[in-house]
Design a protein around this ligand. Structure first.
Ligand code: FAD
Length: 538
C-alpha cells in the first residue's frame, strides 16, 4: 500500500528509479546531531561527507582543559588564544537519565565504565563513539577540517521538482486559511495528520508540478585544515548537492551588558570557560543565570568557595522565596538574588530587587549561548540572505529545519532547545534524508513561508520572547510525533516511556535539586526502556 506508493512517487519524480536520488551531501559537525544525520543520509542512499573541525567526534561531549578567555580562570594559568568549541566541564553529569538520551535504535542502557544513570560526560562520549563505530561512520568524517564558507553556486541539475506538487488538496489546504494550523511548533493546537505537508503524502503523486519547479540549489563548501585557521590556504571548495548544518549551539557565549561591567575589578567569566571549581576556593562568586548550567555550576563552585550568589530574572519565583533568605547547597553558602543591576568599581555588586554584596571576586555569566553560523555569512540566493539570526531566532525556518528559499538542499539539525536531543535529531535527520531522496516532499515555498509567519504570529500572541523561538519544552513530543508522521508510515512515533521518563526526571529534579541524579523513583520506566533495548538486540 503506502510504501509502494512512495516508491512509485520517487520514480515519478526522477523519471528514472529511486536510486538516482542519491545526492552528494555535506554535513557540518560530527557531534550527536551530525553523526545521526550522516547515519540517516547514508541509510537513504546519499553520498555523505562529514566535516569536523576537531580531531575527535562527539562535539560538546569531548572535554578539554583548554579555555578561550584570555584572562583565564581566577588564580589559574590556563590560557588559550584559540577558539574552543566545547563548554563541557570536568564534573558534569547528565541532567537526563541515560536511557532517555539514546537514539531510537541504539540503546544507552549498557555502560562503558560509568554505570550511573546520570553519568559523566566521558560516558556519553563513549556512547557516541560506539554509535559511530556500529554504523561505520568514521570513514565518512574529515577531521581537523573547518568549514569556512558555504555558498550557493548554481541551481543544480537535480532531476526532481523543487517542491511537492501543488495539488488541488494542498491548494485548498492553504487557501482556506488553515495554513497557520499546520505549524506544530506554533500553537500546536489543531494538530492532526492532515496538517502534515502534503497531508503526509508523497511528492508529485499525480505527476503535476507547480510553478516552483526549479532545479534544487547546490552549494560550494570551502574548508580549511584546522592548523591553518586564520591563514589564507583554503580548499578551493567542493560542490555538494546538499548541506546539513549540525554545528551545535552551545559554543558562542551570550554576554548581556551589565551596567558598570567595564570598571569592575573582579573577573568576568562565561560558563563556556568553566572547567572545575578548584580556582574558586575561598572566593565570593556571583553566578548569573539559573538554567541548567547556572544551577549546576553554582553548586559545584559552592563546595569550595566562601559564598555564592545565584542570580536570575525569575528570582521572585515563589519556589525560590525561601532560598533568597535562607542559604542552600551542601555547605549552605548559596543565596538566590535578582540579576545584578550594577557592578561597582570597588568590587561590590547590587541586585535588582535589592541587596548588595561586597568584594566579589568573580562574576560568572551562565547566560547561555548564541546561534552562530559564520560559514553562512555570505550565503545568498538571488541576492537575498537565506537566514538571519536575530535575538536567537534563526529565521525563516520551516519546522526549525528548512529555510524556504534554499529548501530542501540546505537544512539545520538540532536547533530546538529544552528538549531531549538525540532522538529528536534522528527524526529531523530522517525527514531531511527522505525529502532529499524524493521519498517525501515539502510543501510549496509559499506554504512554508505562510506557515512560518503564522508560527511567529502565534508566539507573539502568546507573549513568547523572540529568543525563545526554538524553545520547545513540553511541545517537543508533539513536534517529534509530527516529524515521525512527516517521514512516512514506516516511521513509528517515539514510545511513551520517553516523555514519561523525561517528566519524572524533571519532577525529581525540582523536588530534590541536590540529589536527583542519585535517586530514581521510577523503576517501571527503566524496565520498559530495558525491554525495548532487549528487543533491539542490545
Ligand atoms: P555539538 O555537540 O556542539 O557538535 C557540533 C560539532 O560541529 C562539533 O564537533 C564542532 O567541532 C563541529 N563544528 C562546528 N562548527 C564547525 C565548522 N565550521 N566546521 C567543521 N566543524 C564544525 N544533552 C543531553 O541530552 N543531556 C545532558 O545532560 C546534556 N548536558 C549538557 C551539558 C552542557 C554543558 C552542554 C553544553 C550541553 C549539554 N547537552 C545535554 C546538550 C548537548 O548540546 C546535546 O546533547 C548534543 O550533544 C548537541 O549536539 P550537536 O551535534 O547539536 O552539537
Amino acid at each position: 500500500g503506502a510504501h509502494k506508493h512512495f516508491t512509485k512517487a520517487a520514480a515519478t519524480m526522477n523519471g528514472k528509479d529511486e536510486r538516482t536520488n542519491s545526492l552528494r551531501v555535506a554535513v557540518i559537525g560530527a557531534g550527536a546531531a551530525g553523526l545521526v544525520t550522516a547515519r540517516e543520509l547514508i541509510r537513504e542512499g546519499h553520498r555523505t561527507t562529514i566535516f569536523e573541525q576537531g580531531s575527535r567526534l562527539g562535539g560538546v561531549w569531548v572535554y578539554t582543559d583548554k579555555v578561550e578567555e584570555s584572562h583565564g580562570q581566577p588564580g589559574g594559568e590556563i590560557v588559550a588564544e584559540e577558539r574552543v568549541h566545547s563548554s563541557m566541564y570536568a564534573g558534569l553529569r547528565t541532567n537526563l537519565p541515560r536511557e532517555v538520551m539514546s537514539y531510537t535504535d541504539f540503546p544507552f542502557t549498557r555502560s562503558w565504565g560509568d554505570t550511573r544513570r546520570f553519568c559523566g560526560h566521558a560516558e556519553v562520549e563513549a556512547y557516541l563513539e560506539a554509535f559511530a563505530a556500529a554504523f561505520d561512520l568514521e570513514k565518512h568524517i574529515r577531521f581537523n577540517t573547518s568549514v569556512l564558507r558555504v555558498s550557493h553556486c548554481e541551481r543544480g541539475g537535480h532531476p526532481g521538482a523543487r517542491f511537492g506538487a501543488d495539488s488541488a488538496r494542498q491548494n485548498g489546504h492553504l487557501d482556506n486559511g488553515n495554513a497557520s494550523r499546520s505549524a506544530p511548533g506554533a500553537a500546536m493546537e489543531g494538530h492532526s495528520m492532515s496538517n502534515l505537508p502534503n497531508g503526509g503524502e508523497v511528492a508529485g503523486e499525480n505527476g503535476t508540478i507547480d510553478s516552483e519547479e526549479l532545479p534544487w540549489p547546490r552549494w560550494q563548501v570551502t574548508t580549511v585544515p584546522n592548523e591553518e585557521q586564520g591563514s589564507v590556504s583554503t580548499s578551493g571548495g567542493e560542490v555538494f548537492d546538499a548541506v546539513v548544518v549540525c554545528n551545535g549551539h552551545y559554543s558562542d557565549p551570550r554576554r548581556p551588558e551589565i551596567p558598570g561591567m567595564g570598571e569592575f575589578p573582579g573577573r568576568l567569566l562565561h560558563s563556556h570557560s568553566y572547567r572545575q571549581n578548584t580556582p574558586f576556593a575561598g572566593m565570593t562568586v556571583v553566578v548569573i543565570g539559573a538554567s541548567a548550567s547556572g544551577e549546576d555550576i553554582s553548586r559545584e563552585i559552592a563546595l569550595v568557595a566562601d559564598k555564592v550568589y545565584l542570580c536570575a530574572r525569575s528570582w521572585q519565583n515563589p519556589a525560590w522565596a525561601a532560598e533568597t533568605a535562607e542559604p542552600f547547597g551542601t555547605r549552605r553558602n548559596i543565596w538566590r538574588r535578582g540579576v545584578p543591576s550594577h557592578l561597582h568599581p570597588d568590587g561590590g555588586v547590587t541586585f535588582e530587587g535589592g541587596g548588595r554584596v561586597d568584594a566579589v571576586d568573580v562574576v560568572m555569566l551562565a547566560t547561555g549561548y548564541r546561534y552562530s553560523f559564520p560559514f553562512l555569512a555570505d550565503a545568498r540566493i538571488g541576492g537575498a540572505e537565506i537566514i538571519t539570526v536575530d535575538d536567537n531566532r534563526v529565521s525563516p525556518l520551516y519546522q526549525h529545519i528548512f529555510p524556504p528559499s534554499a529548501a530542501p538542499t540546505l537544512s539545520f539539525v538540532g536547533l530546538p532547545w529544552k528538549v531531549v536531543p538525540f532522538a529528536q535529531y534522528e527524526l529531523q535527520a530522517k525527514w531531511i534524508a527522505r525529502v532529499l531522496s524524493g521519498r517525501v516532499s515539502l510543501p510549496t515555498q509559499r506554504h512554508m513561508l505562510a506557515d512560518i509567519s503564522a508560527f511567529y504570529a502565534a508566539l507573539e500572541k502568546q507573549g513568547v520572547p523572540k529568543r525563545h523561538t526554538h524553545l520547545l519544552g513540553d511541545k517537543q513530543w508533539e513536534y517529534n510525533d509530527w516529524l515521525a508522521a512527516a517521514c512516512g508510515p514506516d516511521v513509528t512515533p517515539l514510545p511513551q516511556w520517553r516523555p514519561k521518563m523525561y517528566k519524572v526526571a524533571g519532577d525529581t529534579k525540582r523536588a530534590c535539586p541536590e540529589t536527583y541524579r542519585d535517586v530514581w523513583p521510577e523503576s517501571e520506566l527503566v524496565a520498559e526502556a530495558a525491554a525495548e533495548a532487549c528487543r533491539l538486540g542490545s
